[in-house]
Write a protein that binds this ligand. Structure first.
Ligand SMILES: Cc1cc2nc3c(=O)[nH]c(=O)nc-3n(C[C@H](O)[C@H](O)[C@H](O)COP(=O)(O)OP(=O)(O)OC[C@H]3O[C@@H](n4cnc5c(N)ncnc54)[C@H](O)[C@@H]3O)c2cc1C
Length: 384
């Protein structure tokens, strides 16, 4: 019998792709948790991606998009179907500077490309350093957010520094409108090239892109392939002369644009635990129009250091649940129920997960039949 594994193997053999069967997802998530996926494939160019998606579609096999696995918690029972991740050409970045020069013939645009005269002054400055002229950065969805920040800075652009140190990809970042230091992808993304499950390509712009706090920017089921970001030229020295923003204790509240990518990375190292995790586990809840840091609520409820099996509420940052070595999905799930119930009981606020459960919240709940009620868990956790 010719099963889907053979078809996938044969199809991928001629493509720019790597394929593995029975692949531990713990290897592909920053939490280092997750059972076996039936198959894992890294597509390195659009043809390979199209080929994998076609084989899976025809065989009726489920596909799971994965970036760096830094915002997911995968079940110990793994994933049925094919995990698809992007590399090679699908992770490349390039710059376009001339999109905005409208109404000029092509020859004149070429002449404008490298220098722009500043007002009536005789001095000309490179376009990349002119803050009044936007530039467009086109990023493959597999590009690392941290590399986007570095690349943009190297090109003399400002606006993407806040992405420095976020350990995910551009495609994964769209799922949660990733951000820090008061800025998020929604502030700079102007277009997203997507494939639907049938493999048809389209470009989303304007209001087709959602920009809410830590919510998906594109519809579920769409596959992001390329993202366009609008950035600005940077006048050298301007940022440095303003100096670092005052430290208000949270990554979210610093003055946007006032820190370089390196300064941002440094702040992260100082404030984020280094053990395996999925970053901030809960969204910061909104109260009276303000976001309250979930970590502060968890800390106020005395939950720092609370441990279940191999997972612990970080002492350094209470919104980080850290894998102390051999954490299982079930440990994290149990600790999450305790945190949610305790915080709700003590503050009246129900925390909502930012991290995404795979294969999905309902499947995961079904896989946890032995789970006790939240209330009894709180009792157990409190030693009562
Ligand atoms: C130490 C640490 C610090 C963090 N700090 C921050 C922070 O400051 N701010 C912040 O916002 N987040 C932060 N995160 C969370 C995480 O890094 C971001 O959410 C990141 O954008 C997720 O990207 P990823 O590639 O890892 O996505 P994954 O976790 O691999 O996937 C997340 C979701 O995106 C989907 N997806 C992935 N690629 C595509 C694609 N091409 N098309 C469609 N869907 C896709 C997946 O299917 C999944 O649903 C942190 C995480 C860690 C571990």
């Amino acid at each position: 019998m010719h099963d889907w594994r053979s078809s996938l193997g044969e199809a991928v053999a001629g493509c720019a792709a790597e394929l593995r069967f029975a692949e531990p997802m713990a290897r592909h998530t920053t939490f280092r948790i997750g059972g076996l996926a039936d198959a894992w494939v890294r597509a390195d160019d659009p043809q390979a991606l199209a080929c994998v998606l076609r084989v899976c579609r025809e065989a009726g096999i489920r596909t799971w998009l994965l970036g760096r696995g830094s915002n997911v918690l995968v079940s110990d029972q793994g994933l049925r179907g094919v995990v698809v991740t992007f590399g090679g050409k699908l992770a490349e970045m390039r710059l376009e500077r001339d999109k905005e020069i409208e109404g000029l013939p092509a020859q004149q645009q070429a002449g404008q490309r490298d220098k722009v005269t500043e007002g009536s002054s005789e001095h000309s400055i490179p376009r990349s350093l002119d803050p009044s002229i936007p530039s467009w950065l086109l990023c493959g969805a597999g590009a690392a957010l941290d590399e986007v920040a570095t690349f943009a800075e190297q090109q003399g652009l400002t606006g993407a520094e806040f992405l420095a140190g976020i350990p995910g990809t551009v495609g994964g970042g769209l799922h949660s409108n990733a951000g820090a230091f008061g800025r998020s992808l929604g502030d700079i993304v102007t277009g997203v090239t997507v494939l639907d499950r049938d493999g048809s390509e389209s470009v989303l712009t304007g209001t087709q892109i959602r920009r809410e706090y830590r919510r998906p920017m594109i519809e579920g089921g769409l596959i992001a392939v390329e993202v366009t970001m609008q950035l600005q030229g940077r006048i050298q020295g301007l940022r440095d002369s303003r100096g670092p923003a005052p430290d208000t204790g949270t990554l979210e509240s610093s003055t946007p644009g006032s820190l370089s990518a390196d300064q941002i990375r440094k702040q992260r190292w100082q404030k984020h635990p280094t053990e395996p995790s999925a970053g901030s586990f809960f969204r910061n809840p909104e109260k009276d129009g303000e976001r309250i840091p979930a970590g502060k609520l968890i800390e106020q409820c005395g939950l720092k250091g609370r441990t279940i099996g191999g997972v612990r509420v970080s002492e350094m940052h209470a919104n980080f649940l850290i894998n102390t070595g051999k954490a299982r999905f079930a440990d994290v799930y149990e600790l999450v129920q305790i945190i949610k119930a305790t915080v709700e009981e003590q503050t009246g606020i129900l925390l909502e997960e930012e991290v995404q459960y795979l294969p999905g919240p309902n499947e995961v709940r079904r896989q946890m039949p032995e789970a006790r009620s939240q209330k009894s868990r709180v009792g157990a956790a409190n030693g009562s």
